[in-house]
Design a protein around this ligand. Structure first.
Ligand code: ASP
Length: 433
């Protein structure tokens, strides 16, 4: 019998997870059963992926940099990557703002629905935690983000997945120093990292074997954790605008890839399926990173010299889906609560959402924390923040799942474009139009 491809097994796992979740919702104690006995398998899987993210960044980036023949190439890669990240993020926020201004999802929402959403979620610990987290971030000095990139203890940095940029900083520094001490002296350490890199990629393969079961568990849990269906329904128009914008981003990526590299966009999307389903089920670009790296290097023909830098940096700073969502959500909340927005406010949203998406951690729900900062930048009253977040809280998880797909796809697209610009794509692996 022909073996079923892994991505099909994962898709089947997802669908069965959804169906199982809905069935268990009908049974007394079904939700508890999923939370206690099924969800842990999903959490173990996410932990395994996160477990290998830092060692993979270390091994792969050292290998990537020390394979470079000269350092100036690295500067080119760095500058282009950051510039393209900024341009795509601004584009994403603009798409979000244009869509929300055309469809006006917040204008039709009744006061009764607003009251129900407020009474259900405004005092929810999740909403309160996001506001508290945002206010902690807000009091940080302007240059603190640069200070935060430079670790004072690499072991402390490696022990916290939120400090990925610090690990990247150290690794780039070490990689460049290895280049500078010359091939002979660098060889022993380089060999260790090369072999670590191979071993970790094997670990990705092994972990992915359990993906069909893990996504079953994760999706079943999402179903039983979601809110009142009536409230979800009331937010359908808002969610529809976000999803529509995210879909336009996929079209945008495909067009950029087509025009810059002639890659067949459908082939690209098909290759990305395992990363997409993981992003969707884990809602975390960081957890998806090992799989994205493997696909981009092994299947999309991008040289490790480029992917090992662009993808980990992208997972932390380039979040097109998140910034698009922040644009839509900010305007939706303002519309629903009758807070007038000038054109200049919308420009302010573009700027703060750009900075916010850079500052968002690559973990579930991070985008909502930064949304608080976006809302505050346009003068949204602090006492109404909890009500504003309550309006969108019910659909945040499904939208997080969708926007994480875009975050991951954007990183992959940028790594191909940057690699092409420095002649580092193996076109023999790629299907072109
Ligand atoms: N979950 C997203 C990510 O990891 C971030 C967010 O939008 O909340 O990419």
């Amino acid at each position: 019998m022909k073996k079923i491809a892994l991505h099909w097994k994962i898709l089947i796992g997802m669908s069965l997870g959804l169906v199982f979740g809905f069935l268990m919702l009908q049974i007394n104690g079904g939700s508890e059963f999923i939370k206690n006995w099924i969800n842990p398998f999903g959490i173990i899987f996410i932990n395994l992926l996160k477990l290998i993210a830092i060692p993979l960044i270390l091994a792969s980036l050292i290998k990537g940099i020390s394979d470079l023949k000269d350092i100036s190439k690295f500067r080119n890669i760095g500058v282009r990557t950051i510039l393209i990240f900024i341009v795509t993020t601004i584009f994403a926020i603009t798409i979000g703002l244009v869509s929300v201004n055309i469809f006006n999802p917040g204008k039709g929402i009744s006061t009764e629905t607003i009251d129900r959403l407020t009474s259900t979620y405004a005092n929810d610990s999740g909403v309160q935690a996001k506001i508290a987290e945002a206010s902690a971030q807000k009091n940080i000095a302007p240059l603190q983000f640069i200070v935060d990139m430079v670790p004072d203890n690499i072991f402390a940095a490696m022990s916290n997945n939120k400090l990925m940029l610090q690990v990247i900083f150290f690794t780039v520094f070490l990689g460049i120093s290895l280049l500078l001490i010359g091939e002979e002296k660098a060889k022993p350490l380089k060999n260790i990292f090369d072999s670590l890199n191979d071993a970790i990629l094997k670990m990705v393969d092994l972990i992915m074997q359990s993906a069909p079961i893990a996504v079953f568990a994760l999706l079943a849990n999402v179903v039983v954790s979601s809110g009142d269906p009536d409230l979800l329904y009331a937010l359908l128009k808002y969610a529809g605008v976000v999803v529509f914008g995210l879909f336009l981003m996929i079209v945008f990526y495909c067009l950029v890839l087509y025009f810059s590299t002639k890659i067949n966009p459908f082939w690209f999307l098909k290759k990305m399926i395992p990363a997409h389903v993981l992003a969707f089920s884990t809602s975390s670009s960081a957890a998806t990173l090992p799989v994205t790296m493997k696909i981009v290097e092994e299947e999309l023909g991008v040289d490790q010299e480029v992917s090992s830098f662009v993808l980990p940096v992208g997972a932390t700073v380039n979040m097109d889906g998140t910034s698009l969502y922040q644009g839509v959500a900010a305007v939706f909340i303002a519309q629903a609560l009758g807070f007038p927005l000038e054109f200049t406010d919308q420009i302010m949203i573009v700027l703060t959402a750009l900075l916010a998406s850079i500052g968002s951690a690559a973990v579930p729900g991070a985008g909502m924390v930064m949304l608080v900062i976006v809302l505050e930048s346009i003068g949204f009253p602090a006492d109404k923040l909890a009500i504003g977040l309550a309006l969108i809280f019910a659909v945040d998880r499904p939208l997080d799942m969708c926007r994480t797909i875009i975050n991951v796809t954007g990183d992959a697209m940028v790594s191909i474009v940057v690699a092409k610009s420095v002649g580092k794509v193996d076109f023999s692996k790629i299907k072109r139009v």
